[in-house]
Design a protein around this ligand. Structure first.
Ligand SMILES: Cc1cc2nc3c(=O)[nH]c(=O)nc-3n(C[C@H](O)[C@H](O)[C@H](O)COP(=O)(O)OP(=O)(O)OC[C@H]3O[C@@H](n4cnc5c(N)ncnc54)[C@H](O)[C@@H]3O)c2cc1C
Length: 463
């Protein structure tokens, strides 16, 4: 009988002979750094971490693990709050060293290795005045974000990140590298666009790019939390008729303890309108003007700034290694009652790094049919993110209870769907919520490409 320790021993021996990248074990100097995740609440101890240098290393990892029966997980940017990038006592296929991005400006396509972060993609694409829609934090991994959908400042103009995927190279559970696109393995290609990391290890993505930048108009208006009801209604009403170029979120967070915010406000709750315009900056400045009407903001700014600066503007608000507990809902509408329920619970938001609020869907995101890709949430107007964040373990209980309470208060207004990339891992009905009516089709793709559930560390499609 093969015991776990002999299986791990065989895995280590075979991989040592085959890998070009380092194979890390507990006790190695790089081990703790390699197993660190964005969410400091996750403390898993893999037996082996393979720092892959390319598809060949990934193929070796999959082939060897399949042969020895050792559990695997796949780590790209390590920003998934559920921490599924790491498995205890198994093999982590670490893609972080595979972060090259190559842009073909004539074809307007970016070829992106799966360990790249959003900042890597933006940096290379902006050299050609191009961009693809992605998230709002430059350290987030392209891979996890794109496989779950991916929304951000540019989504209403250009769709989700997954909508802009034109092809992907995938190492499937049988250890083959296959090319997935509309023409090649189209069902797998469908599943990769919103179905999460369930079907194999993507080693490289190709994304469609759009002309944008180098500068964009960006608005930020910080209001006192006491004015939250008026601001949230203003936001909702403004976005009802906003052009697709406008991406806008409305978030409650703590006033950062730094200039230009008045010292008397530092650490207090604030409700913030954050908006950008995916087009001509002057037209953007005009289009964003209504967000500055009403109230007495703590701080307000309307500027034309480099797109890459916008894409890293929120990095400091979510520091690596803090403790995070996230929940989410999709909403079709934002009635006054929902605003009142939201404000009631948010008033007691604990945690220095907590934030919560509304990301606007609509535009190009909602013009795609719900079954055209695996990302089903095409009828939602808002993605509500409840992003609990704090430093100390003794804050966990209060923070988690608060996030669950706010989530429950908004349930009556929600679609029942949830963004797979905001799942914490303890959510009820997460799989059906995340995939909706696409769930059964995703199960069939899973059966075809990973029938034995090698990649079952993810969102439960194989179960
Ligand atoms: C601070 C912050 C800001 C965020 N902002 C946004 C935002 O604006 N918009 C948005 O849409 N999302 C946002 N997210 C959510 C983000 O999309 C997810 O956290 C996403 O999972 C991160 O991907 P990653 O590669 O960094 O994570 P990882 O933890 O490395 O991976 C996440 C999951 O994907 C799997 N996976 C990763 N790479 C591969 C691969 N190559 N092949 C197969 N499976 C793979 C992993 O096994 C894991 O299950 C944000 C997250 C954070 C922490």
């Amino acid at each position: 009988m093969t015991t776990p320790s002999t299986a791990l021993g065989a895995t280590a021996e075979q991989l040592s002979a085959r890998l070009r990248g380092a194979l890390l074990r507990p006790g190695d100097s790089d081990y703790d750094n390699a197993r660190a995740l964005f969410n400091g609440m996750i403390d898993r101890r893999p037996a082996l971490i393979a720092r892959c240098t390319g598809a060949a290393d990934v193929i070796s990892c999959v082939q060897v693990a399949r042969g020895t029966g050792v559990p695997v997980s796949v780590k790209a940017g390590g920003h998934g709050v559920a921490g599924k990038a790491l498995c205890d006592d198994g093999l982590v296929i670490d893609l972080s060293a595979m972060n090259a991005v190559t842009v073909d400006p004539d074809a307007r396509v970016a070829h992106v290795q799966a360990g790249a972060e959003l900042g890597d993609l933006d940096h290379e694409a902006q050299a050609f005045g191009l961009a693809t829609p992605a998230g709002i934090h430059s350290r987030t991994g392209v891979a996890g974000l794109a496989l779950g959908g991916g929304t951000g400042h540019l989504s209403r103009a250009f769709g989700t990140t997954a909508d802009n995927l034109v092809a992907a190279d995938v190492v499937t559970a049988d250890g083959r590298l296959i090319h997935a696109s509309e023409q090649s393995h189209p069902e797998l290609f469908w599943a990769l666009r919103g179905g999460g990391g369930n079907f194999g290890v993507v080693t490289r993505f190709a994304f469609r790019l759009h002309p944008l930048g180098p500068n964009v108009a960006a608005a930020q208006v910080y209001h006192p939390f006491e004015d939250a009801e008026r601001v949230l209604r203003q936001y909702r009403d403004f976005m009802r008729s906003a052009p697709d170029e406008i991406g806008c979120g409305c978030l409650v967070l703590r006033v950062p303890p730094a200039d230009p915010f008045p010292a008397a406000r530092h650490g207090q709750l604030t409700v913030v309108l954050l908006a950008t315009y995916a087009g001509d900056p002057e037209a953007g400045q005009r289009a964003l003007q209504p967000l500055f009407e009403g109230g007495e903001p703590i701080f307000a700014d309307l500027s034309t700034i480099p797109f890459t600066a916008l894409q890293s503007a929120f990095d400091e608000g979510f520091p690596d290694g803090a403790r995070y507990y996230w929940k989410a809902h999709y909403l079709r509408e934002l009635p006054d009652d929902a605003i009142a329920a939201f404000i009631d619970k948010v008033a007691t938001m604990p945690g220095d790094y907590s934030a919560c609020g509304f990301e606007t869907m609509g535009g190009a995101v909602n013009r795609v049919a719900s079954d055209a890709t695996a990302f089903p949430h095409r009828d939602a107007a808002f993605n509500v993110g409840i992003f609990g964040g704090w430093s100390r373990p003794d804050e966990d209980a209060t923070g988690i209870a608060w996030a669950r309470d706010l989530h429950a208060a908004l349930t009556p207004y929600a679609t029942g769907g949830v963004y797979v990339n905001y799942l914490q891992g303890d959510d009820e009905d997460a799989t059906t919520g995340a995939y909706g009516d696409n769930f059964e089709r995703l199960r069939r793709v899973k059966q075809t490409y990973d029938p034995e559930g090698l990649f079952d560390a993810h969102e439960g499609l194989g179960r």
